[in-house]
Design a binder for this molecule. Structure first.
Ligand code: PLP
Length: 458
């Protein structure tokens, strides 16, 4: 069974500079700080605490494939920072290009013989701040390598483009994030790449959708907004048998709740805008996987220029330090909200994977460690009733997005799908009365009370 980095190593970065998952296994070359000085390898100082399911029953871990992401937050500060000038926090290296002492130095770098493996020569190819955060993302996702992007969409589109070519065929689940769906359905079609949509969670339909030129299957975990969960282990097997790649957008799960790579998935992406950065103040995206696949995507990223600014990378890195704490609270609060609205007179239906009423509850229990911070529910009375309820929220803010410290509420038919009339909404599978709530890190009781008082006026 794979050994996982602890929260101190992977979430916080510990007192080591760049930490990869391989480092935690003890098999990688010497760990280096961004400025290239080797750092002594040390054993993680904090053992992971046992994670509990929402109902507080101990998690029955399926061995060996559903291994937890590092859950424990750092308990002790490191004695000295691992970074330049002994900084404890990750320095922001604000430069567009990097200097060489002389041509001998330059030649050594170009020949790949530079003693500093983390040295860069131009910021579109790499930056030490960004790279340090990429290695933390790799550790969190249990990947050999990871990349940062300026947004989640840029991570997804660049990865997809890196994996397919004209004449290929892609399979996507119908409830994919809207922009992912239009990218695969419309933009890829312009380049001669066809696609098939299959119903959420239907792996038999997925198998039937395969064609000789099917090269990629894209899914989310859980999906937006109905939080559908597909059996990722079976999906990965189906893809491998057909020699197709699998890409999972695990934005909603975060590395705290799901580890798709450990289930055999090839690439995992996150909109870092959401939980990873976690403060509703920056856009970002990540992709993680094997060295070979990530290198392929990196080449395309360099061509497309889809690089994240080091300031934004540092904000993502800072967010990651508290990811375990935030997601634990968000799992707890979202489950409390889901339970509280389950039998509410104004609520037609609730969608939360850790509720027994959810269609994918069994697979969620087997493959997720928590249901995440999003609860979707449909209020009786359609669009106008949803609008009335949303207007009554006091703690939650009406806004798109999710996964941040502030609770956000979205009347789906009036925001993400505002351009669709009722017929088109029905076609897209969106109930007019759908409200998507992304819980923040406020007190659980306050969030629950806010939802209940808002519904009382729906
Ligand atoms: N994937 C999912 C599941 C999302 O919800 C979003 C945005 O809401 C994205 C990807 C796109 O991320 P970004 O807005 O960072 O481009």
């Amino acid at each position: 069974m794979e050994r996982l980095p602890t929260g101190t190593d992977a979430v916080h970065g510990g007192s080591r500079g760049s930490v990869s998952f391989a480092d935690a296994e003890g098999s990688a070359p010497a760990v280096r700080t961004p400025e290239g000085a080797p750092v002594a390898r040390r054993q993680p100082d904090v053992e992971p605490v046992a994670m509990r399911q929402p109902d507080d029953a101990p998690v029955a871990m399926r061995q060996p494939d559903v291994e937890p992401a590092p859950q424990n937050a750092p308990t002790a500060p490191s004695r000295s920072g691992p970074f330049a000038h002994h900084a404890v926090a990750l320095p922001i290296v604000q430069t567009s290009t990097f200097a060489f002492r002389d041509t001998a130095d330059l030649r050594r770098f170009m020949a790949g013989d530079d003693p500093d493996p983390d040295r860069h020569e131009y910021a579109r190819n790499g930056n030490p701040t960004t790279r340090a955060v990429e290695l933390r993302v790799a550790a969190l996702d249990g990947a050999e390598d990871a990349l940062l992007f300026p947004s989640g969409m840029s991570a997804i589109t660049t990865s997809v483009l890196g994996l397919v070519k004209a004449g290929d065929h892609v399979v996507l689940f119908r409830d994919a994030y809207r922009k992912t769906r239009t990218f695969v359905g419309k933009t890829l079609a312009r380049f001669g790449i066809e696609h098939t949509l299959v119903e959420p969670g239907d792996l038999d339909a997925l198998e039937r959708a395969f064609r000789p030129r099917t090269r990629l299957v894209v899914t989310e975990c859980p999906t937006n907004p109905y939080l559908r969960c597909v059996d990722l282990e079976r999906l990965a097997k189906i893809c491998r048998a057909a020699r197709a790649r699998s890409l999972v957008d695990a934005t909603f799960a975060t590395p705290m709740n799901a580890r798709p790579l450990a289930l055999g998935i090839d690439l995992v992406a996150h909109s870092a805008t959401k939980y990873l950065a976690g403060h509703n103040d920056v856009l970002g995206g990540t992709v993680a996987g094997s060295t070979a696949l990530v290198s392929l995507v990196r080449e395309l990223r360099t061509e497309m220029g889809a690089v994240l600014d080091p300031h934004a990378a540092a904000l993502v890195g800072r967010g990651i330090k508290t990811l375990a704490l935030r997601v634990a609270r968000q799992n707890e609060t979202a489950l409390a909200v889901a339970r509280a609205v389950s039998d509410h007179a104004q609520v037609e239906r609730v969608y939360y994977p850790m509720l027994e009423s959810h269609p994918d509850h069994a697979i969620a229990r087997a493959q997720l460690r928590g249901g995440g911070g999003v609860v979707s529910f449909v209020v009786r009375g359609g669009r106008e009733a949803a609008a009335r309820a949303v207007d009554r929220f006091r703690l939650a803010t009406i806004a798109a997005s999710l996964g941040g410290t502030e609770t956000l509420v979205e009347p789906h038919a009036l925001l993400s799908y505002a351009d669709l009339d009722d017929a088109a909404l029905a076609e897209a599978g969106i109930a007019p009365g759908l409200i998507r709530l992304s819980v923040g890190v406020e007190e659980t009781g306050d969030v629950v009370r806010d939802v209940l008082q808002a519904l009382s006026g729906a």
